[in-house]
Ligand binder design. Structure first.
Ligand code: SF4
Length: 77
């Protein structure tokens, strides 16, 4: 792919289900408040991170293209 992504977790939405932690091995971790954080907010495009975003039960994970800010997930309507 070659794209670079910026990954954020909306902590007002995250329910700490830890699915992203298991699905995207090592790309997210939970803090002591059971809130998910991307380990590397700026990262190479990565299928596992996209899968984690797609499968987050509350759509708390937002991915944009680094630089342009174009939405990757959720996709633009
Ligand atoms: S899958 Fe979604 S709700 Fe669950 S910990 Fe990750 S970001 Fe939070």
């Amino acid at each position: 792919m070659g794209d670079r992504w910026h990954v954020e977790v909306d902590r007002s939405v995250c329910i700490g289900s830890a699915q992203c932690v298991h699905r995207a091995n090592g790309a997210f971790r939970l803090d002591s408040a059971m809130q998910s954080h991307p380990v590397e907010p700026d990262t190479d495009a990565n299928e596992r991170i996209l899968e984690a975003a797609e499968n987050c039960p509350v759509e708390a994970i937002v991915i944009t293209l680094l630089g342009s800010g174009e939405p990757v997930f959720p996709p633009e309507e």
